[in-house]
Design a protein around this ligand. Sequence first.
Ligand code: HEC
Ligand code: HEC
Ligand code: HEC
Ligand code: HEC
Ligand code: HEC
Ligand code: HEC
Ligand code: HEC
Ligand code: HEC
Length: 424
Amino acid sequence: MKKVALCFLVGMLLITGIAYAEEEACIECHSKITPGQVEDWRVSAHADNDITCSACHGEEHVNANDIAKVQFPDEHVCQECHAEQFEQFSHGKHNFGWTSLNALPITHVEPDELMEGGRGCGGCHNMGIKTEAQKAEQLAKGYRYQNNSCDECHTRHSFSKKEAQDPRACQQCHMGYDHPQWEMWSSAKHGTRWFAKESGRLPEGAKAPTCQECHLPNGNHSNHTAWGFLGVRLPLPEDPQWKADQITILKAMGVLNPETGKPTERLALVQSVDMIRSTKEAFDTERNKMIETCKKCHSESYARAQMEMGDSMLQKADFLLAKGIRIVAGLYKDGIIEKPADYPFAYPDFLYFLRTNGRKIDGMSHIDQVLFKMYMKHRMRTYQGQFHVNPDYAYWYGWAQMTNDLSEIEELAKTMRATHTKAH
Ligand code: HEC
Ligand code: HEC
Ligand code: HEC
Ligand code: HEC
Ligand code: HEC
Ligand code: HEC
Ligand code: HEC
Ligand code: HEC
């Protein structure tokens, strides 16, 4: 009996000894080469569970001369042990980040460093499982990193759950020009309470909703909202004015043909990356999920009233924006603004962002830029500020700026028409 136990013990020592020695090669060498990374891994749940460097990077690279053999783990490697989170993530909106970025014409006229290089657009849109073709395209341009989305919230190599539960994990991407959700949340009451709690000024048990609580409820990695980023939906609203305004906006997105009103090939594209909710059911499902979350702390009537105000602010913002679009579209129609070669129609095209002359870097249309700012910066702030309960964003940074943009567009159009007639 004793002998068997001894054999077992020796056997175990041998097995773990071998595993340890194998691991030591990576760790020993990398403790000198990249010590910070090794330290970071040591504090992770992975280190506690013997998930070593080679579990994610393979075993083929063993020294300074064979670095090309290193594997960079994509999400499928994480999937091997975290199937549930992978599955949820793959059905969420984050999974479309890279594809939707690449679907826009603007992406292909701006510097690669701002896309594949992981700064600018690509710094935030490195979200989503890349296809083999997408990876090959990236490699061909000379970019070999950015293969994993999971480390966008659980940064490597600590891969911590607690870090991802902190609203600051969302900040890098959900901030700034067109989606300042961080600024809106952190300076409104929900965020203020969270910070007060964090600094110990509110008791532990006090309630303060985080981004995660409203958008990844119960730890679910699948994220969607009812309106989405574009703030348009199908079927179109019943109110005739709002419907007309949303049609005008869809034309400026190039989703509807400005001349015929018929869908263009961009509609299929926009639907393929889930940019708009295409049925009433899809919209209501997301809306009701959100209300369930509010109900953890507020009454249902209160929550519904808040959401309805968000919808009607969007409606009012659309009225101003559509007015602006029609003025600029009139300048295209009358030949006062020339159609850029890359634009599909003689009509403003929001998918070129501030490059309002298509591919060219010179001769941009300033009035189009003011219109784009009205759409991308100020319409976003108006309705996002309303939904995130931020008084200043909803009014001064949003709605008030839209009225300012509209008067600037009116003035510019007047001058352009006057000087154009004189020139001819
Ligand atoms: C004898 C030393 C040595 C050993 C052993 C070693 N590496 Fe490395 N590793 C290097 C050097 C040197 C680099 C290049 C660092 C640089 O680019 O500055 C490197 C780079 C890497 C990179 C980054 C490659 C890149 O292109 O950025 C990864 C990932 C990596 N090693 C993982 C491992 C893993 C996993 C193991 C064990 C299976 C391992 N290493 C074993 C020396 C070693
Ligand atoms: C749970 C999986 C996992 C483990 C375990 C892991 N890594 Fe990584 N590592 C990653 C991911 C993900 C990336 C980013 C890949 C990319 O950008 O394409 C990465 C990137 C790297 C890089 C290159 C990027 C940089 O920041 O320099 C190095 C070097 C590296 N790892 C070293 C190590 C070492 C050494 C260990 C063991 C101490 C280790 N890794 C353990 C997942 C892991
Ligand atoms: C070989 C299996 C394996 C692989 C591959 C793996 N993990 Fe893990 N991971 C584990 C184990 C085991 C734990 C600890 C037990 C648990 O929490 O499930 C863990 C825990 C975690 C946690 C929770 C940490 C905490 O603070 O509680 C996160 C987040 C995580 N892993 C992310 C990743 C990501 C991202 C990848 C891919 C880059 C990855 N893992 C790859 C096995 C793995
Ligand atoms: C600071 C991070 C960041 C940068 C930089 C950035 N984006 Fe985004 N982008 C986001 C976030 C976050 C969202 C989702 C916002 C929301 O829903 O409110 C988004 C949404 C989008 C969407 C809409 C996706 C959808 O399905 O509704 C497109 C398309 C897009 N961005 C393209 C771009 C392009 C092109 C660039 C560069 C010219 C760019 N983004 C720069 C973070 C960024
Ligand atoms: C109290 C709940 C709540 C919190 C906390 C919250 N949001 Fe939201 N968020 C909403 C609601 C409500 C909407 C609008 C949903 C709809 O379309 O019906 C929304 C919409 C969004 C959208 C889609 C575009 C938009 O802005 O309308 C993004 C992206 C987003 N939130 C990110 C965040 C981030 C990041 C944080 C934290 C900094 C955050 N949210 C905090 C409730 C919340
Ligand atoms: C948008 C941010 C975000 C991204 C991207 C993300 N996670 Fe998470 N993850 C979270 C949050 C938040 C939690 C904590 C959930 C909770 O409170 O239970 C979490 C928790 C986890 C856990 C711990 C689960 C548990 O309860 O022990 C694992 C494992 C994990 N994520 C794996 C992954 C993998 C794999 C990916 C990539 C496919 C990924 N995550 C991408 C935000 C993210
Ligand atoms: C690395 C950047 C990045 C981080 C970090 C990030 N997101 Fe996102 N998020 C994006 C991008 C990009 C999109 C738009 C995806 C697309 O193009 O379809 C997005 C979309 C969303 C949406 C969907 C909005 C819609 O259209 O319905 C929500 C909700 C959201 N993020 C919440 C969060 C929360 C909560 C966190 C933190 C736990 C977080 N995100 C962290 C980049 C990020
Ligand atoms: C985890 C609890 C919690 C959740 C979930 C939550 N809230 Fe709140 N909310 C609060 C607290 C606490 C306050 C601060 C109350 C005060 O101002 O006295 C607050 C404040 C507000 C306010 C400002 C009220 C005022 O009097 O200034 C509005 C509006 C609001 N919440 C709407 C919502 C909506 C809409 C949702 C869902 C999308 C939601 N909240 C989800 C806890 C929550």
